[in-house]
Write a protein that binds this ligand. Structure first.
Ligand SMILES: Cc1cc2nc3c(=O)[nH]c(=O)nc-3n(C[C@H](O)[C@H](O)[C@H](O)COP(=O)(O)O)c2cc1C
Ligand code: SF4
Ligand code: SF4
Length: 433
């Protein structure tokens, strides 16, 4: 049986599934039930300095759904905790006392001066919490007050505040990054330069989920007005995976522990984050959508997959896919594939035909009786037909064996790896000769 226990910045937890800082971790009642359900750890909903913030009293969520109304993306305009600091601290202490084997990290966001950080770090330390996470990510409400992503979007501020925190606490410091930047490597490098023990990402993405076309108010709507909010859930996973991978493979941050966040809904999502370099994962939307017990499927699924693959511990997975993330110019141009349609599985819907025909390749023939066939002489192997086909496994991409002729280019497929850096069409490659 696979060992799911993890140690992240010295904090032990029975499994790599933590709840991210958000409403499910806003109070003792919730966190106790989360631990009972099996979560390995939590990051407590972000604390600030009193007086507590005030939330809107109307809708705070907007959503994007799939055709089956499954929630794909969630947008929120909620702020940090609106409960008094003392209440939160008292509850954190009580929960940590009763659940010593679970990770309990406290998220923090205070004004950008060293005294405020020193004060709150001291207060959190008294609770016995395992560590702190600096919320440099919230893109709404708090950023306009000079906190959250207002800090996270300026690498120099990240480094400065992280340095203050490291100087004023013995607890591990995790820096939570905002995705609302152009290149995630810079904030990650700044966190490392400031002495961060780890980074966690992503926080939410600035967004408007929709507009009410009757009164022209953005959603979620508060009395006819709306504002940008933070986007999360399954829709953001690809963005988060890329950012995690970028940090994992950046020579300047390689080895910096990462807590992966963004759209984790199943054990498979978690395994992908781990493979791309995250040491554990945090979950918010999936717990908000399906309840705390969703973690049980995550634990069982990850454990079974690890057993099937022969991975004994979570660390066996961490970073396994990172060496396979490369830059475009290093992709093998001699890897030639063609689409293949399984006529037994085809339901003759014609989606592949429409997509290929109107996406400039015209590589699928529609023959008598709505039989669809690939014309290898035109197929550029883009994979679009695979993606639009409603029948899983009906269209696959098949590699042309080296030595055969690609009917599209008329060239023999070479066995050797060759990339753009040496391609004759590359002006830079010619200049280097
Ligand atoms: C309603 C809501 C409130 C949130 N509040 C916080 C917060 O107080 N502090 C924080 O660091 N992140 C906060 N987040 C962001 C989550 O911790 C997480 O980074 C984000 O939702 C992405 O994960 P997910 O796709 O699993 O939801 C909040 C998210 C939601 C949906
Ligand atoms: S892989 Fe691309 S080019 Fe080839 S048949 Fe499919 S859609 Fe057309
Ligand atoms: S999209 Fe798939 S199922 Fe539909 S016609 Fe093409 S191959 Fe057949």
């Amino acid at each position: 049986m696979a060992d799911l226990t993890t140690e992240f910045v010295g904090i032990k937890s029975p499994n790599p599934f933590w709840l991210a800082s958000a409403p499910p971790t806003d109070k003792e009642y919730n966190v106790r039930r989360a631990f009972e359900a099996g979560w390995g750890g939590v990051v407590w909903k972000t604390l600030g300095i009193d007086p507590p913030v005030v939330n809107v009293n109307g809708p705070r969520y907007g959503a994007v759904w799939g055709p089956d109304r499954r929630l794909l993306g969630l947008n929120n305009i909620e702020l940090i905790t609106d409960r008094p600091l003392e209440v939160n601290l008292r509850e954190i202490k009580a929960v940590k006392r009763d659940w010593p084997d679970r990770a309990l990290v406290v998220s923090l966001m205070v004004p950008c001066d060293e005294e405020s950080w020193k004060y709150i770090l001291g207060r959190v330390e008294e609770t016995g919490a395992d560590g702190v996470e600096l919320n440099f990510g919230c893109p709404h409400g708090m950023s306009e007050r000079g906190m959250g992503s207002a800090v996270g979007q300026v690498p120099e501020y990240i480094e400065m505040v992280t340095r203050w925190c490291k100087a004023n606490t013995r607890m591990p410091v995790i820096v939570k990054l905002t995705p609302n930047i152009t290149d995630i490597r810079y904030p990650a490098r700044a966190a490392k330069a400031g002495g961060a023990d780890a980074v966690s990402l992503i926080n939410t993405i600035n967004s408007i989920t929709g507009v009410n076309l009757d009164n022209f108010a953005p959603e979620p709507e508060i009395d006819g007005k709306g504002t940008h909010g933070g986007y999360c859930g399954p829709a953001v996973k690809p963005i988060a995976l890329n950012m995690v991978a970028e940090i994992a493979r950046d020579p300047e941050t390689r080895g910096l522990p990462i807590s992966g966040i963004g759209g984790v809904t199943t054990w498979r999502d978690a395994a992908e984050f781990l493979a791309l370099g995250a040491h554990n994962v945090q979950v918010c939307t999936a717990a908000m959508t399906y309840g705390f017990k969703v973690v049980q499927e995550m634990i069982a699924g990850l454990s079974e997959w690890m057993d099937a693959k022969g991975f004994a511990s979570v660390s066996d997975i961490v970073g396994r896919a990172v060496p396979n993330v490369t830059d475009w110019q290093y992709l093998n141009l001699n890897y030639v594939t063609k689409a293949r349609i399984d006529q037994e599985k085809c339901i003759h819907c014609g989606r592949c035909y429409a997509a290929c025909e109107d996406t400039s390749h015209q590589a699928i023939w529609m023959k008598e009786g709505r039989v669809f066939e690939v014309n290898d002489a035109e197929c550029v192997a883009c994979n679009l037909c695979v993606d639009v086909c409603p029948v899983e496994g009906c269209i696959t991409m098949e590699r042309l064996a080296p030595g055969t002729v690609d009917p599209r280019t008329g060239k023999v497929v070479e066995a050797d790896y060759a990339n753009w850096t040496t391609h004759p069409n590359n002006p830079a490659a010619k200049a280097a000769e």
